[in-house]
Design a protein around this ligand. Structure first.
Ligand code: TYD
Ligand code: MG
Length: 454
């Protein structure tokens, strides 16, 4: 009997160390090392599925391309985020907090994908539970097999027999490998099981989708470790109080990482939201102060989203600044610029900012809408709900141009907006596509106030 051997692993990045250390030398995180048993089973490596293939060096020009034969997942939002569909042999990690809807999304994909045999492996729910969920989602007509199993050698054995075209694992944290004597969900198990599945995917050219849990604290084997191993990392997120869910690509070896997929959680599963602007703009009966619509672009898709600001006198000593869906530091910067350039005493006011719909925006073109919303709330005069904004604001109060302004203008026009405020430096491009929409160029923050409120 071999002696039990243990090692220490960083729970953030998965780095290994023979002894405990306080700061991870690989990712720089503190206090992330945990001890784990790494004793190898004496039977040797047995993954249950082994295709021995001698690898030889090949001239890059002689590597045979299998062409762009991506697998259509029958889910447009997912296809877009993946960069056009599933790449055969790729490993995709879908991460997200518990209860956000990962299992629902993947089961939905398993049920609707066409011309593919799908194996849905669950270590979390029973067959009956999955069947009940499938009925709620509307049963597909395709070949979807359910397997409730957590041991990887068993799973790989079943795969070898069934020969599915797609494998979905729910979740990687429940899997165990015989080769490692550690509990499910531990870092060494995750590393081992994920690499076994990755080996399988690459040898037989079948895509594997792994579902992974993320805890807020990231204490459990964080996704970081897996992120290095897989080809694509998708993050499923959203505010649980809103019905909207966003699928974001964090890493993608086969596509862009700036794409977004938007879903709405309904009682019969996730509905794809193909026109996000419609849901992100609140319909007001009459104009209200403190709201401004930004013409943003997420990935390749233009999106009009509403920013809402509330400026009020600070009731207590220190004024509060609070943001939902927007970077607080960026808001502070914009407020400082406003204070300096427009002379408003915002330093003594509480400022709250909210992006409607529970979305998180990163596009710098949102700046101008935020500034407009703050100004509007501060003087309590509404901005026309038919006006939209697309520009970045610089530290000296200059209104800076943004990328792909043509697309933003066209989208605003399509959705019935009658004016768009942009940087003067974007004027030519905006004018080239504007048909009915009025283009309002500005170059300084002072102009914004004057144009909006006279
Ligand atoms: P689930 O997919 O189990 O989350 P995860 O796998 O990420 O932990 O989704 C759970 C939530 O989704 C749960 O709170 C119920 C809700 N839900 C719906 O609103 N509609 C549906 O059709 C389904 C299946 C789930
Ligand atoms: Mg689940």
């Amino acid at each position: 009997m071999a002696k039990t051997r243990t090692a220490f692993f960083c729970s953030s990045c998965g780095a290994q160390s023979p002894k405990w250390i306080g700061k991870c030398s690989s990712c720089g995180e503190w206090n992330t090392y945990v001890e784990e048993v790494v004793q190898r089973a004496e039977t040797g490596v047995n993954t249950g599925f082994q295709v021995k293939k001698a690898s030889t060096p090949t001239l890059i020009t002689e590597v045979v391309l299998s062409g762009e034969n991506r697998i259509d997942t029958a889910n447009n939002e997912l296809n877009r985020v993946l960069g056009g569909g599933l790449v055969p042999g790729s490993v995709v990690l879908v991460g997200g907090e518990p209860g956000i809807g990962k299992s629902t999304l993947m089961l939905q994909v398993a049920l609707t994908i066409r011309n593919q045999k799908v194996l849905y492996v669950s270590g979390e729910e029973s067959e009956q539970q999955i069947r009940m969920r499938a009925e709620r989602l509307g049963m597909g007509r395709n070949e979807c097999y359910i397997l409730t199993e957590t041991a990887t050698n068993e799973i790989l054995g079943h795969i070898a027999k069934l020969n599915p075209g797609i494998v979905i694992i729910d979740s990687i944290q429940t899997l165990t490998s015989d080769n490692i004597d550690a509990s499910a969900g531990s870092i060494s198990q995750i590393r081992e099981t994920a690499s076994e599945l990755q080996r399988f995917a690459k040898t037989v050219n079948v895509p594997v989708i792994l579902i992974g849990h993320i805890t807020k604290e990231g204490t459990l084997a964080g996704p970081k470790l897996l992120e290095h191993m897989v080809d694509t990392v998708l993050q499923f997120e959203g505010d649980r109080n809103y019905g909207y869910r966003i699928l974001r690509s964090v890493k993608n070896r086969f596509g862009s990482t700036s794409e977004l997929g938007i879903y709405e959680m309904q009682s019969s599963g996730l509905r794809e939201v193909s026109n996000p602007s419609e849901i992100l703009i609140t319909q007001h009966e009459e104009p209200v102060s403190g709201t401004a619509v930004a013409a943003t672009i997420e990935g390749l898709r233009p999106m009009l989203i509403e920013t809402q600001a509330l400026v009020s006198s600070a009731a207590y000593g220190t004024p509060q600044r609070s943001c939902t869906g927007f970077d607080t530091r960026r808001l502070n910067m914009l407020l400082a610029v406003l204070e300096k350039r427009s002379g408003f005493k915002l330093g003594v006011k509480d400022v709250f900012l909210n992006i409607a719909g529970g979305l998180r925006v990163e596009d710098p073109a949102t700046d101008l809408a935020v500034v407009a919303a703050v100004l509007s709330s501060n003087i309590d005069i509404p901005i026309s709900s038919k006006t939209t904004f697309a520009a970045e604001v610089g530290l000296s109060g200059e209104i800076r141009p943004v990328t792909r302004v043509e697309q933003r203008v066209s989208e605003a026009e399509k959705l019935g907006f009658d004016a768009i405020m942009i940087s003067r430096l974007n004027l030519k491009a905006a004018k080239s596509v504007a048909k009915t929409i009025k283009v309002m160029p500005v170059s300084k923050i002072e102009d914004v106030f004057r144009l909006l409120f006279g």
